[in-house]
Ligand binder design. Structure first.
Ligand code: 5GP
Ligand code: MN
Length: 320
């Protein structure tokens, strides 16, 4: 399938790379790595290659070199025509948000992802659910295209892998993941710097939010479910942004008696963004009840139901 992707890339003049809303290290890392790699092939500037997302790039990912090149959809005219669209790390078309406005009957969509729940919305779909991250797939694609991986590309890919494997801790890590990390380290990736930026960077208000999370969580013993709901009002009064809440769900899972952890965050329009993690149970199934998805052990969704209704549905659907 990489052959087909290569051919489409070779024939395209205007390439749009995109990734999911609320982008994480894998979305940004895989997209940036692919953009930099394709640009390296494009020294005569024959092609236009742009990386556009529906959101702003999270502040903590701005350390990645060339991340300033990533554009926000609201700054790109929808009349602009691309002939190839490469969607990364996005399980369904809604995940790329308003960037989908660039898709029409004239262009080709390549969907590259590692989510088991992917709906195969592309003209070409490379869904590798056995890959730890989309960044791992992009590493292989760049190798296949025979493009040299420089330090900037290496750090972008490494960030994506670390993001999605919890620093090589989750069961999605394979021998290949470690092999790629070995190759990236040889290129000069500073793993300690990236670990500090991704995991050791909490602000004072985040530290306080952690305190609240660890004291105010609810544990439902019969369901082995631990959860926490953060209302929009609380976010506003504590001056919290959605970036401040990243990773909270992973800490809830640390409770030894819990199988499922659930973090719910109310958005300004009243909808609820949910993140689910599990040790044994199926997070993807629970997220799919709200048209979300992800992986067996990590999934997410957005719902217009209230937090109480969401919790109720989740409890009913956990069968111990
Ligand atoms: P997180 O809880 O960290 O936001 O996401 C966990 C996993 O679920 C990630 O792989 C992410 O891509 C996926 N995910 C998060 N939110 C959604 C969503 O609203 N829809 C779908 N399909 N997947 C999601
Ligand atoms: Mn991912």
């Amino acid at each position: 399938m990489f052959n087909e992707i290569k051919e489409k890339i070779q024939n395209a003049k205007r390439i749009l790379i995109t990734a999911h809303k609320n982008p994480d290290g894998d979305a940004i890392g895989s997209g940036l790595a692919l953009m930099l790699a394709l640009n390296a092939l494009n020294s005569d500037k024959e092609k236009i290659i742009r990386f556009v997302i529906d959101d702003k790039i999270p502040k903590y990912l701005k350390f990645l070199n060339h991340s300033f090149l990533i554009e926000e959809k609201s700054n790109v005219d929808t009349k602009y025509k691309f002939d190839l669209i490469i969607a990364l790390d996005s399980a369904n078309i809604e995940r790329i948000g308003r960037v989908a406005e660039f898709i029409d009957e004239t262009n080709t969509v390549i969907n590259i992802d590692h989510h088991i729940s992917n709906t195969k919305y592309g003209n070409i779909n490379f869904i590798g659910s056995e890959y730890s991250s989309t960044s791992e797939i992009i590493y292989e694609l760049i190798q296949f295209l025979n493009i040299k991986i420089d330090l900037d590309i290496a750090e972008a890919i490494y960030t994506g892998i670390v993001n999605d494997t919890g620093n090589f801790a989750y069961s999605n890590v394979t021998e290949k993941t470690f092999f790629i990390a070995y190759e990236l380290k040889k290129i000069g990736v500073d793993n300690s710097k990236i670990n500090n930026i991704l995991f050791k960077n909490k602000s004072l208000k985040q530290m306080k939010l952690f305190g609240k999370l660890f004291t105010e969580f609810v544990f439902v013993k019969e369901k082995k479910l631990i959860y926490y709901f953060l209302s929009y009002n609380d976010m506003k009064s504590d001056k919290l942004t959605k970036d401040d809440t990243e990773g909270l769900v992973d800490f809830l899972r640390d409770f030894e008696e819990a199988d499922f952890s659930l973090f719910l965050r109310e958005e300004e329009n009243g909808s609820v963004k949910g993140s689910i993690r599990s040790k044994n149970g199926d997070s993807n199934h629970l997220a799919s009840l709200f048209n979300g998805g992800g992986h067996k052990k990590a999934a997410g969704f957005t719902s217009s139901l209230s937090s109480t209704e969401v919790i109720d549905i989740i409890m009913k659907n956990i069968i111990n």
